[in-house]
Write a protein that binds this ligand. Structure first.
Ligand SMILES: Nc1ncnc2c1ncn2[C@@H]1O[C@H](COP(=O)(O)OP(=O)(O)OP(=O)(O)O)[C@@H](O)[C@H]1O
Ligand SMILES: [Mg+2]
Length: 414
């Protein structure tokens, strides 16, 4: 199942359960670190930021043990900074990593800092994502598993076609973009991924979530049903023998394993607003809401998009896909008015095509297998490219040294 990671500049691995203490001279840096602490990727880390810079750090650690990471934000020049580090080194526990946020774009200083054991050097002003990326990168060791992209798809109401689109997007990622993909059907009782791929695997996603102690890479590998060379599926049982109530973190371990082993993971998240469903959408790299052009969809899509935007402040915005547009004789909300009302332009608009979708559903085939040049198949291909590709995100101000440093450190790590 191991394969090349999707090349995507927005992917940042979640930071492990570490403690981080920052000592800042600039209030702006403290604000950035506090904002980073609320990001989904830093959720497991214990972060605190205080003012006072290196002097405060030295005073604090004279008596107390040092955390996993100390961040020093300082305007000190080279010699001054090196003498602070020498003083701090006396109290630093061996496993502690030090990250410096300085003010000088100076490669000689940077090299000197690395030579003294500093893990990384950023030039202020940094930004939230840059900071998270730096911390995350400290825990990606060479030879670590490739980092996959998780794309979570759900409907704004029942029956919008969210699952059909999720299954077709997974197909397109594997076939058109040649990316190893796993489709996970999270609608345990009613999921249709098995039906849509004309498969009835004996095992699937239920075996993973009902056996949290057994779950590891090899176990998940065995649960995957192969759909094509590059596409595998974690099918839902689609039976009502059990009840499917899950804790908020019930799918976390599975999502971590999939992210670490599969370049592209498509989650078919069933309708609903329970803790674990919200968590899957919030924690995904891309969240997609599929809506049809009616009033109930409009209200729900607006609420979902707003809730997700608020919970994913440093991520790409959640996406809107309009589906089943243009049912004959049925009054509907104009797509551009719909988009204006929810404040998001649709990433794809897919027409009502009962024949094509009907044949696909009844034959257990993907749309592109039936008619690759049909408009919905083309729209899904383009949507898949947008979802899997490198999204544009606002990165704020960056110093010229930062990309160089990042490249340099990565090269060293590999
Ligand atoms: N653009 C379309 N034109 C015609 N039929 C469509 C279109 N999109 C989806 N459908 C059909 O709508 C039905 C419902 O689709 P699907 O099961 O994917 O929806 P869902 O949003 O996942 O539903 P649920 O809320 O039950 O999970 C399916 O029969 C599917 O083939
Ligand atoms: Mg569904």
């Amino acid at each position: 199942m191991k394969a090349q990671a999707v090349s995507d500049c927005s992917l940042i691995a979640p930071v492990p359960r570490i403690s981080l203490q920052a000592f800042c001279e600039a209030e702006e840096t403290a604000r950035i670190i506090e904002a980073a602490a609320t990001d989904r990727r830093m959720e497991r880390a214990h972060v605190s930021a205080q003012m006072g810079g290196p002097a405060a750090a030295i005073a604090a650690f004279r008596e107390a043990p040092t955390p996993n990471i100390i961040v020093l934000d300082t305007a000190a020049n080279g010699p001054e900074l090196l003498s602070h580090l020498a003083a701090l080194a006396e109290f630093c526990d061996p496993g502690t990593k030090v990250v410096v946020i300085g003010r000088y774009n100076d490669i000689l200083l940077y090299r000197e800092l690395l030579a003294r054991g500093v893990s990384d050097y950023l030039v202020a002003p940094s930004n939230v994502l840059e900071f998270i990326r730096t911390i995350s990168h400290l825990y990606i060791t060479s030879g670590a598993a490739p980092l996959g992209k998780i794309i979570a798809i759900t409907g704004a109401k029942g029956g919008t076609g969210a699952s059909t689109l999720a299954h077709n997007i997974a197909y397109s990622a594997a076939r058109d973009l040649s990316i190893q993909t796993v489709l996970a059907d999270m609608d345990l009782g009613f999921g249709t991924a098995g039906l849509d791929y004309n498969q009835d695997p004996p095992q699937g996603i239920a075996d993973a979530v009902f056996a949290p102690d057994r779950i590891d890479e090899t176990f998940v590998d065995r649960l995957l049903a192969k759909c094509s060379e590059k596409l595998s599926m974690l099918a839902a049982p689609g039976s009502l023998d059990r009840l499917y109530d899950f804790a908020e973190t019930g799918f976390d371990h599975l999502a971590d394993i999939l992210r670490a082993t599969t370049p592209c993971v498509i989650l078919d998240v069933p309708l609903g607003w329970t803790a674990w469903k919200k968590r899957m959408l919030v924690n995904a790299d891309e969240a997609v809401i599929v809506a049809v052009p009616d009033l109930a969809s409009l209200r729900n899509a607006k609420n979902l998009l707003e809730a997700l935007r608020a919970a994913r402040a440093h991520d790409v915005a959640p996406r809107l896909v309009m589906n089943v547009v243009g049912i004959p004789k049925r009054p509907e909300i104009n797509v551009s008015e719909f988009a204006k009302a929810v404040g998001v332009a649709p990433s794809a608009i897919i027409a009502f095509e009962p024949k094509l979708f009907g044949i696909a559903a009844n034959n257990g085939q993907m749309l592109a297998e039936i008619e690759a040049t049909a408009k919905p198949a083309i729209a899904i291909r383009e949507l898949t490219r947008k979802l899997v590709g490198c999204p544009e995100i606002s990165r704020g101000k960056r110093s010229f040294l930062v990309p160089f440093i990042t490249k340099f450190v990565r090269k060293k790590a590999s």
